[in-house]
Design a protein around this ligand. Structure first.
Ligand code: SAM
Length: 243
C-alpha cells in the first residue's frame, strides 16, 4: 500500500463494506447528485470518480450517471467491482492519472483527505480539471477544513454472513501547525466464533476553507463552497467555464 494509507484499503479491503455499508450512502449520494446537476451548465451524463473506494456512493449515483471509477488500490477496485459490476473501473493515483478523455462531472468524495500536502491537493484538483468538460463541474468533499476540525471518537460496524466488524475511530491532530491530522482505528474482526483485533491508521490532509477556494481557482475552475446537509460543513465545487 502507498505510504500513510490505512490497511483497510489493502490487506484488509475485503472487510470494507462491514466498516461502512453501501446502504448508508443513499441520502449523501442524492445530495451530491443534486449539487452536481444544479451547478452544471450541461446536463451531466458521465461522471468520473477519483478515489472511488468501495464504490458506496457509486452504488447510488450510477442510477443517474454513467460512471468511471478509479482508485489507487487494486484491492478496493475489486471490492467496488463486486458491488458495481456495470461500472468501468481503472487503477490510478488521483495526483497523476490521465485517461485522455473528459467527463461531464468529476467527483472526489472523502478520498481527497489522503492529499496531505498543498502540492498533492493541487495535483488532484488539476487531475479533476483536466478530465472535466467545459461547462462541467467537479465536487470535492473533505471530511474537515481547519475551521470545522474537532477531535472526535466514534464507533460502528456491520454484520455480514458469518463475518462481522466493529470499530473504534479516534480522530486527532498531533501537530496543529502542519497540514495533517491522524485517524486511528481499532478494528474488531469476527469470523465465525473467532475474533481478532487489528490496529489501523490514516494520515489525512487539513486545509483552510479559503485555501480550498484558492487552489480550486488556481487550477482554472470557478470555485464555490456549498453548504452540506451537516450544519456548518461545506463541500467545494469547481465549475469549469464553458469554452
Ligand atoms: C474512504 S475510501 C473512499 C470510499 C468512497 N467514498 C465510497 O463511496 O466507497 C478512500 C479511498 O481513497 C483511495 N485513495 C487514497 N489515496 C489515493 C490516491 N492518491 N489516488 C487514488 N485513490 C486514493 C483509497 O485507496 C481508498 O479506496
Amino acid at each position: 500500500m502507498a505510504r500513510g494509507l490505512p490497511r483497510i484499503y489493502g490487506k484488509l479491503a475485503s472487510w470494507f463494506h462491514l466498516l461502512t455499508s453501501p446502504d448508508d450512502y443513499a441520502e449523501e449520494a442524492a445530495f451530491y447528485r443534486r449539487v452536481i446537476v444544479g451547478a452544471s451548465a450541461i446536463r451531466p451524463e458521465t461522471l468520473l470518480e477519483l478515489g472511488s473506494g468501495g464504490g458506496n456512493n457509486a452504488s447510488h449515483l450510477k442510477a443517474s450517471f454513467r460512471m468511471t471509477l478509479t482508485d489507487i488500490s487494486p484491492q478496493m477496485l475489486a471490492v467496488s467491482r463486486s458491488l458495481n459490476p456495470e461500472c468501468e473501473h481503472i487503477q490510478g493515483d488521483m495526483r497523476s492519472i490521465r485517461l485522455g478523455r473528459q467527463f461531464d462531472a468529476v467527483f472526489i468524495h472523502d478520498a481527497i483527505v489522503y492529499m496531505t500536502s498543498e502540492d498533492d491537493l493541487r495535483r488532484a484538483i488539476e487531475t479533476a480539471f483536466v478530465h472535466c468538460r467545459h461547462g462541467g463541474v467537479a465536487l470535492f468533499d473533505p471530511d474537515y477544513t481547519c475551521e470545522t476540525f474537532r477531535p472526535v471518537t466514534s464507533h460502528g460496524g456491520h454484520d455480514g454472513q458469518e463475518r462481522a466488524l466493529r470499530y473504534l475511530e479516534w480522530v486527532h491532530d498531533p501537530d496543529p501547525q502542519d497540514t495533517t491530522y491522524t485517524t486511528d482505528f481499532a478494528l474488531l474482526i469476527r469470523e465465525g466464533e473467532y475474533v481478532r483485533c487489528e490496529y489501523d491508521r490514516g494520515i489525512c490532509g487539513l486545509f483552510g476553507h479559503q485555501d480550498w477556494l484558492r487552489i480550486i481557482g488556481e487550477a482554472g475552475f470557478s470555485p464555490r463552497a456549498v453548504s452540506d446537509t451537516e450544519p456548518g460543513r461545506s463541500v467545494f465545487l469547481g465549475i469549469k467555464p464553458a469554452a
